[in-house]
Structures are given as structure tokens and as C-alpha cells.
Design a protein around this ligand. Structure first.
Ligand code: E4P
Length: 218
């Protein structure tokens, strides 16, 4: 399972990268705005910096919602770095754009996926990744992990190359559930990734080992 971090914060990306488990980064316009990154040149430069830190796939989302606009923006984003994956919303013109990018060899991440039907369509259109949003489904009392399981099963039936990128991850349990059902990738906040390493018995066990060492070694 690939680990992506879902942030545009450079310090968090550096921290996850330093841990040695990071395979990529996903961003979205809200995450970019949270970091105060505004203006086309600053936005493109920020994506480039992220690519240089992580050396893995970096999803950069288009703002346009019409076919021509998505194509123009996506081509500009893809020019930034070989690691850029163009993030395209699950709308009609987005699906058409996925096919265009796929034919051109530009990799894509189809975002805002909330149903298996949308995921099937994105795969048919040649998306590299689909991003079903687990946390946002849980928020409205739908089981987000069930959707991941359904999409994984459908893609296996037909050997689609499209990878299931479990997004809107909120906690370490989400990560484990996605790993159990075979999601290809998860993208989540640094807090969820770091929470995987915590266990009270690890902490108390280490404390005892160090105390016992000290007893005889001073
Ligand atoms: C996906 O790529 C999105 O950036 C993201 O995972 C959305 O997560 P949220 O629901 O926590 O905003």
C-alpha cells in the first residue's frame, strides 16, 4: 500500500518524508488556500517545491470545470515536473478530460468520488487514480470503507489499471481498514500516519528496558 500525505504544508511533507514511508502527496484548492498559496506563479512554484521534497507522485488539482479549461490547466500543471498527477473532478467534462489526458500519457487523479458508478466511469476513461472520500461519507452516515471495498472488487473483476486512492482519511483505523481490503494507496494527514506508530505497551516496555539498563550501567 502506498502512503500519500494529504497536505500542502511543506513542514508536514518534510516530516513525513524524513520518516521514510512517504510515496507521494495529494493537495486540493482548500489545502493550498490553508497555506496561503495564491496567484498562478506561486501555486506552480509550490507544486514544484513539493515535487522536489518527495520525489513521488504529487496530485495538483485543476480549478476549471469546462473541458477546454481543464485541458489547458492540466497540461500546464503536467509541465511543472514529471511527478505531477493532474487532479480532475468527477464531472462530465472531467471524465472527457481524463480520456484526453490518458491518450496523451498525462497521469490523472479523479477526485470527489462518492459512488462505485463514478469510480467505474473514471476507470473506463483511463484515470490513473480515483479518490473516493471515506471521511466525508462517514460524516453523513454512509460507510466510506464499504465504498473502497466495492471499488476494489469491481476493478479486480476487470483488471483495470486505475489505482484506488483512499482519500479523506481521518484516523489510523481508516488506514488499516483500507489496507485490509486492498486499497492501492491511502492519503491522509500526518497525524493519522504518526498515530500508526503509537502503542502504550511500546512506551511502557521501552521505559522498563531503559530503566533496567540504567540499574546496572548507571
Ligand atoms: C483528496 O485528495 C482530498 O484532498 C482529501 O483527502 C479530502 O479530505 P477531507 O475530507 O479531510 O477534506
Amino acid at each position: 500500500m502506498k502512503f500519500f500525505i494529504d497536505t500542502a504544508n511543506l513542514n508536514e511533507i518534510r516530516e513525513a518524508q524524513a520518516l521514510g514511508v512517504l510515496d507521494g502527496v495529494t493537495t486540493n484548492p482548500s489545502l493550498m488556500a490553508k497555506e496561503g498559496i495564491a496567484g498562478k506563479n506561486n501555486i506552480l512554484a509550490h507544486y514544484k517545491t513539493i515535487c522536489e521534497i518527495v520525489g513521488g507522485d504529487v496530485s495538483a488539482e485543476v480549478i476549471s470545470t469546462d473541458y477546454e479549461g481543464i485541458i489547458k490547466e492540466g497540461e500546464e500543471l503536467a509541465e511543472i515536473d514529471e511527478h505531477i498527477v493532474v487532479k480532475v473532478p468527477m464531472i462530465k467534462d472531467g471524465v472527457k478530460a481524463l480520456r484526453y489526458f490518458s491518450n496523451k500519457g498525462i497521469r490523472t487523479n479523479c477526485t470527489l468520488i462518492f459512488s462505485a458508478g463514478q469510480a467505474l466511469l473514471a476507470a473506463k476513461a483511463g484515470a490513473t487514480y480515483v479518490s473516493p472520500f471515506i471521511g466525508r461519507l462517514d460524516d453523513i452516515s454512509f460507510n466510506g470503507v464499504d465504498l473502497i471495498e466495492q471499488i476494489v472488487a469491481i476493478y479486480r473483476n476487470y483488471d483495470f489499471d486505475t489505482q484506488v486512492l483512499a482519500a479523506s482519511i481521518r484516523n489510523p483505523i481508516h488506514i488499516l481498514q483500507c489496507a485490509e481490503i486492498g486499497a492501492d494507496v491511502m492519503t491522509g494527514p500526518l497525524s493519522a500516519i504518526l498515530a500508526l506508530l503509537k502503542h502504550p505497551l511500546t512506551d511502557s516496555g521501552l521505559e522498563k528496558f531503559l530503566a533496567d539498563y540504567k540499574k546496572v550501567n548507571g
